[in-house]
Design a protein around this ligand. Structure first.
Ligand code: ADP
Ligand code: MG
Length: 232
C-alpha cells in the first residue's frame, strides 16, 4: 500500500503491507508523528480513488492544515479532516450526559463507510492520549480499545493511531496497546554530540518483512524522506 509514498521507505520495508491493519505511531513530541501520518496518507490518496479520514483531537483543523502546508505537503480532495468540533456536534445532537468519544468515533467511521463504501480505506487518529484525556469515564478502557481496534479491522481499514511515548519506554499507555495492534512504528529523536537526528524504527509489523534498524528521517521540500541507518 505504501511502497511509493515516502521516498526511502524501501530502506525499512522489504515487502509492502496490506489492510486491515491497526498501526501505532509512537514517539516523543516533535518526532514527526503527525507529519508522518499526514504525509503517508496524502501521498497514498493522491494516486488513488480511495478515501481517507484524518481525525485530529490535538488541535483544530485549521491549525493542522496550516502546519501541513508548511511541511510542503499539499492537501488532497479525497482526504477528510475531522476535529473535536465535529465530534462535539454529534454530541449536541445526542445530548447525552456521558460523552463516550470512542463511540462517536465509531459512528463517524460507520457514517463514512456508508457514504463512501469500499473506497474508504485509510484512517488516522491523532492521538490516543488526547482521546483518553477526553474520556471522563475510563472504566473498561482496555476492553473498549480492544473492540474499537476490532471495528477498525472489521471495516477493513488501514489505520494509523498516534501515541505519545517517552524515549526508552514501551508502546503502551494502558498496558495493552502494543499487544493489541498489528504494527508499531517508533519515531524518535537521537541526541549525540549536541546534535539531534530524527529517526524511524519499525518495532512490529504483522505480515510484512521489515528491517529493525533506526533510519534517519528528514523533512524535505515536499514531505518526509527516509535516509540511511543510524550507527550507535
Ligand atoms: N517545513 C519544515 N521543515 C523542517 N522541519 C519542519 C517543518 N515543518 C515542521 N517541521 C518540524 O516538525 C516538527 C513537528 O512535527 P510533528 O509532526 O507535529 O511532531 P509530533 O506530532 O510528533 O509532535 C516541528 O517541531 C518542526 O521541527
Ligand atoms: Mg502531533
Amino acid at each position: 500500500m505504501f511502497k511509493d509514498t515516502v521516498p526511502g521507505f524501501e530502506r525499512v520495508f522489504k515487502t509492502d503491507t496490506d489492510s486491515p491493519k491497526v498501526v501505532l505511531v509512537t514517539g516523543p513530541p516533535g518526532s514527526l508523528k503527525t507529519s508522518f501520518c499526514y504525509d503517508i496518507m496524502t501521498k497514498f490518496l493522491r494516486n488513488s480513488e480511495d478515501f481517507g479520514v484524518y481525525l485530529t483531537l490535538e488541535e483544530e483543523k485549521q491549525s493542522q492544515i496550516k502546519n501541513i502546508k508548511d511541511l510542503g505537503v499539499d492537501l488532497v480532495k479525497n482526504m477528510h479532516i475531522s476535529d473535536i468540533t465535529d465530534l462535539r456536534e454529534i454530541d449536541e445532537i445526542i445530548e447525552e450526559e456521558d460523552t463516550d468519544y470512542v463511540e462517536f468515533i465509531e459512528d463517524l467511521l460507520r457514517n463514512f463507510r456508508e457514504e463512501k463504501g469500499e473506497k474508504f480505506t485509510i484512517f488516522s487518529l491523532d492521538s490516543l492520549g488526547a482521546l483518553y484525556s477526553l474520556m471522563e469515564d475510563r472504566e473498561n478502557m482496555r476492553k473498549r480499545m480492544f473492540s474499537f481496534f476490532k471495528l477498525l479491522r472489521d471495516l477493513n481499514l488501514y489505520c494509523f493511531v498516534v501515541m505519545e511515548r517517552i524515549p526508552g519506554s514501551e508502546a503502551n499507555l494502558l498496558g495493552d496497546e502494543g499487544f493489541l495492534v498489528d504494527g508499531v512504528i517508533n519515531l524518535g529523536i537521537d541526541r549525540k554530540r549536541g546534535k539531534l537526528t530524527r529517526y524511524i524504527q519499525i518495532e512490529k509489523m504483522r505480515g510484512c518483512h521489515h528491517g529493525m534498524e533506526k533510519h534517519a528521517l528528514e523533512v524535505s521540500d515536499n514531505g518526509l524522506k527516509v535516509l540511511g541507518p543510524l550507527f550507535e
